[in-house]
Design a protein around this ligand. Structure first.
Ligand SMILES: N[C@@H]1[C@@H](O)[C@H](O)[C@@H](COP(=O)(O)O)O[C@@H]1O
Length: 268
């Protein structure tokens, strides 16, 4: 796990956008996994800017979103399809037919989950999965207790998540209590994961994810089993990490390798 700590959410989002953009430039036909929530908004804003000002081309990109609330039609302002259209897809040149967000109106969720998994497989798997994290340490809607091998399926939201998301719906009562979500196992199969977290209210979940034991009680901790994960944080979200100095050393080493300057070799 590579942990990158930037001073602000803006700087962290720019860093994350550069990673996404590098992939899209190197591999124009690629599959991105996308997330919703407040966290990736600045990342999407930066990708839109890169498309508009630098010609970043999404025309051959396919996308898969992590999750969707059960019962919300795509036209509902709080549906994740609506969110993606408004905050990214409507502003870049992705072909909307190549964008996939689980359908919250599906009736046979078991079958639908299998179909979503198949679509991901048919697209060649997810190259880079963008992730946020819940205050209870969940990724997508894999709430505490979710199997670390789980696949796309129906999930009941934990009370903490209902409380956190009430801000978007006006009240806790209005928050859908069920969601269809990629599983932890689905997420672990993506080739690379990019986890973003900002703000003090994510600090505990991030410390548990990065430095705690791998446990189904903090589903993001399963990312420790993945071979290529980058965690991009702002100062506040990093504030409860015990090994912060080491992560900074690792980043210095990356910079030295990029510039080809390894002082101990030059001095020898
Ligand atoms: N299903 C989503 C997650 O994918 C997201 O990571 C989380 C955090 O949201 P926010 O970024 O708004 O804090 O919220 C929801 O639970």
């Amino acid at each position: 796990m590579r942990v990158i700590i930037e001073s602000t959410p803006e700087a962290a989002s720019r860093r994350a956008a550069q990673m996404v953009a590098r992939l899209v430039r190197q591999k124009p036909v690629c599959t991105l996994g996308l997330a919703t929530g407040g966290t990736p908004l600045k990342l999407y804003g930066e990708l839109i800017r890169m498309h508009q000002e630098e010609g970043l081309d999404f025309s051959r990109v396919t996308t898969f979103n992590l999750d969707e609330y059960v019962g919300l039609p795509p036209s509902h302002e709080q549906s994740y399809r609506y969110f993606m259209q408004k905050n990214l897809f409507d502003h870049i040149n992705v072909d909307v037919r190549n964008t996939n967000v689980p359908d919250g109106r599906a009736l046979d969720f078991e079958k639908y989950g299998e179909r979503y998994e198949q679509l991901i497989e048919d697209a060649g798997g997810i190259e880079l999965q963008v992730l946020g994290i819940g205050t209870d340490g969940h990724i997508a809607f894999n709430e505490p207790g979710s199997s670390l091998g789980s696949r796309t399926r129906l999930k009941t939201l934990a009370p903490e998540t209902v409380r956190d998301n009430a801000r978007f719906f006006g009240s806790e009562k209005a928050v859908p209590k069920l969601a269809i979500t990629m599983g932890v196992g689905t997420i672990l199969e993506s080739r690379r994961c990019l986890l973003l977290a900002f703000g003090e209210n994510k600090a505990e979940a991030i410390a548990a994810t990065v430095e705690g034991p791998v446990t189904a009680q903090v589903t993001a901790s399963a990312l420790q089993l993945h071979r290529e994960v980058v965690v991009v944080l702002d100062e506040a979200a990093a504030s409860k990490l015990a090994r912060r100095e080491y992560y900074e050393e690792v980043e210095n080493a990356h910079r030295m390798l990029e510039t080809g300057k390894l002082p101990w070799i030059e001095e020898a």
